[in-house]
Design a protein around this ligand. Structure first.
Ligand code: MN
Length: 248
């Protein structure tokens, strides 16, 4: 049985007219869907809801793994107790609240979670961590991390982490399309990958089978960063989770 993966959708609540104009619109870059299908899973898109707290558990009952996607807008800094210090759009509250509910309940049932870019930041913030609101503005001597979907910079994978067990070797060239990053790592999480300038490129929850976030975009399926290997590891754990009857 192929594992069913719930993928959180992006959302235009009216302030992102490039995706559906002024009409509220759920949307998702196809590369996330493609990556899951191409590596052996069944993708299901999870749109923001009016009452996520009532629905999150029912959704999780029907999927084997949760994929938190990236986004143009950033998480509202209020969530981690800061004022917005730079100019950026914030994630629509509807999307944010669904993701937070899903993460909370998925963790309770030890469901595999993969957080990509903003999805990794969501994992960190949901567990009480904080973010750099703007890497360039807040980390002197940081390198350029807004370089699109092509392989852009090296990372070092930390020994002994779940990520290091999945990937071959401890140095990868990954793409980089982010201006924010993890600042304070949330309690219960550790750093599993770092860029040469010290920017955190991956985190994972300690003691869980697979709760992992990466700052790069493996859904582009670039060969350099062993993206397919990462997705296959996620899908394997999701399949196991479903089979063990842990989805309830
Ligand atoms: Mn980067």
């Amino acid at each position: 049985m192929k594992p069913v993966i719930g993928i959180t959708s992006d959302y235009n609540g009216g302030d992102r007219p490039e995706f559906g104009g002024k009409i509220p619109t759920c949307f998702l870059r196809d590369r996330y869907v493609h990556a899951i299908e191409a590596t052996g899973g069944i993708p299901v898109i999870l749109p923001p809801l009016e009452s996520p707290s009532k629905s999150a558990r029912s959704i999780l009952d029907r999927i084997d793994g949760l994929l938190l996607t990236g986004s143009g807008p950033d998480i509202d800094p209020k969530v981690y107790g800061e004022r917005r210090r730079f100019r950026f759009k914030t994630v629509d509250p509807k999307r944010f609240s669904l993701e937070r509910e899903l993460v909370r309940h998925a963790l309770k049932r030890e469901m595999p979670i993969l957080g990509i870019c903003g999805g990794m930041q969501m994992l960190n913030v949901a567990a009480g961590g904080s973010l750099y609101q703007d890497i360039k503005g807040q980390i002197p001597k940081s390198m350029q991390h807004q370089r699109g979907g092509k392989p852009a910079h090296l990372i070092e994978v930390k020994k002994g982490t779940l990520l290091s067990k999945i990937l071959k070797g401890n140095r990868l060239r990954v793409n980089s399309a982010h201006h924010q990053g993890v600042k304070q790592v949330a309690p219960g999480y550790i750093v599993n990958a770092e860029a040469p300038d010290g920017v955190i490129e991956g985190i994972e929850a300690v003691g869980y089978p697979f709760v992992l976030g990466v700052q790069w975009h493996p859904e582009f399926l670039n060969a350099d960063d062993q993206s397919a290997t990462l997705f296959k590891a996620f899908l394997k754990m999701a399949a196991r989770h479903g089979k063990n009857g842990l989805r309830r």
